[in-house]
Design a protein around this ligand. Structure first.
Ligand code: SF4
Ligand code: SF4
Length: 438
């Protein structure tokens, strides 16, 4: 009995210290110095206590019993089942002309301007105030940085030019192929490109915007729901950059990841057309589909408190592009996730940290996109504070999965995240190599 107690104690203490050391390494690599230092201190304190008290039967007994009780308790308190709207259940298609970016581009005096605000007079005031602000990447904005803003703009320049390549002629006659084989081939190809995560789903009409507001097509043109399958590609935003939000490194990373996933999508769509099937890439600034809705149905994650899409692996630290096609593919087995909100109710860190108060900390409601967009146009970056602080974007591994299902694990994760990363963490400073170029 005593020897099995000692054995369990050694295994538990070894695993705990090892996990803490791995967590420290991951955080230092990601530039999360505070979390890294706390992890090292925790590893040192734990290993010292375990070493000094290794021969104490009472201590071993306490550690083993506490661990066993905690493990059981976690699985007892499951969140109550909640029926939530998964957003793609309805039939009403979003009109792209209503999104902030599309409205911002309307030129006063133009036909499009007059027609839009005749139908939507309540939006004119906020849009006029937004247009009067310095603007994204603008010299007069609060966080303008000569080099970083230019670097971010370079990615959007590339995206602008990619728009001409999102579609093209189908060069071959389609040969019916085994969907399983084609999907596996696509998967290998995406891995070769460097795609971090992806999902495949059938396309419903509601996934398409109803009218064009921003893309390369004519403003206001009706969008035809042309394709029946979609591949959603996600590019990970690195925490070294997102943790500086809302400063300028964040917007470099946003531009870069949009451009990266845009290149993947354009290439993948061209490959599919070379196979004889119609296909289109949907990239930043030229989407005909609502990427987060497709990501939801492709099983990549779900919507959080902030209304922003959370992937299972990287939380909100991602940028999406999409390829739609008529080539038959095998859809992803993962189901749309509706389980983030239970943890979000405990967490609410995005709301507490949002500098524009676009996210309500008290009530679950849609993000105030106009307020958020106004903030972007005054600071000159796309802010990103909500995605920098989200525990779902931190490297908590399987603890995240537990926290989404079980109440106790949720409280533990919230507590640990607040201690290791801070409840209201300040923006990390500019990276060393950027400081001189300010
Ligand atoms: S920060 Fe917290 S509340 Fe906000 S989306 Fe992430 S998990 Fe949910
Ligand atoms: S909602 Fe907008 S303003 Fe608020 S933290 Fe997120 S990006 Fe920043």
């Amino acid at each position: 009995m005593e020897s099995s107690l000692q054995y369990s104690f050694f295994v538990l203490s070894g695993v705990t210290v090892l996990l803490t050391a791995v967590f420290a390494t991951v955080n230092f690599k990601a530039g999360q110095i505070r979390a890294g230092i706390i992890s090292v201190l925790t590893a040192v304190i734990l290993s010292t206590a375990f070493f000094l008290l290794r021969n104490s039967t009472v201590f071993s007994y306490c550690v083993v019993t506490f661990s066993a009780l905690a493990a059981v308790a976690v699985f007892v308190f499951r969140y109550p089942a909640e029926k939530r709207n998964t957003s793609s259940d309805g039939n009403t298609r979003f009109d792209e002309r209503n999104i902030s970016f599309a409205r911002y581009r309307l030129q006063p005096g133009s036909d499009a301007y007059t027609s839009y605000y005749t139908e939507n007079p309540h939006k004119e005031d906020v849009d006029t105030r937004t247009r009067a602000l310095p603007g994204l990447l603008s010299k007069n904005s609060r966080y303008y940085h000569r080099l970083n803003s230019a670097a971010a703009d370079a990615s959007f320049y590339l995206l602008q030019h990619l728009k001409g390549a999102v579609d093209g002629p189908v060069t071959e006659r389609a040969q019916a192929g085994d969907p399983r084989f084609l999907t596996e081939y696509l998967r290998r190809l995406m891995k070769l490109y460097g795609v971090k995560c992806y999902g495949i789903t059938k396309v419903k009409p509601v996934h398409y915007y109803s009218h064009s507001g921003r893309g390369a097509g004519n403003y206001g043109a009706e969008i035809q729901a042309e394709h029946s399958y979609a591949v959603v590609l996600c590019s990970e935003m690195k925490p070294e950059f997102t943790s500086t939000a809302p400063l300028s490194p964040e917007v470099i990373e946003t531009g870069l990841r949009y451009a990266e996933s845009g290149v993947w999508a354009v290439q993948l769509a061209a490959f599919i057309r070379n196979m004889g099937y119609s296909s289109r890439a949907h990239i930043d600034g030229d989407y005909q589909v609502v990427a987060p809705l497709l990501a939801l149905d492709a099983g990549l994650g779900g919507f959080g408190w902030s209304s922003i899409f959370l992937t299972r692996k990287y939380g909100p630290r991602v940028r999406f592009s999409v390829v739609t096609t008529n080539m038959e593919l095998q859809v992803s087995e993962e189901k749309p996730s509706t389980d983030f909100l239970s943890f979000c109710r405990v967490c609410r860190k995005c709301a507490v940290n949002c500098p524009s108060r676009a996210i309500n900390p008290d009530r679950l409601e849609k993000l105030n996109a106009d307020r958020c967009f106004m903030y972007w146009n005054s600071v000159g970056t796309d802010c990103g504070k909500c995605l920098a602080v989200c525990p779902m974007g931190h490297p908590w591994g399987p603890l995240k999965t537990l926290a989404l299902r079980y109440r106790l694990a949720g409280w533990v994760l919230k507590g640990l995240d607040d201690v290791f990363y801070g409840r209201k963490p300040p923006a990390k400073p500019l990276l060393k190599w950027m400081v001189k170029g300010k």
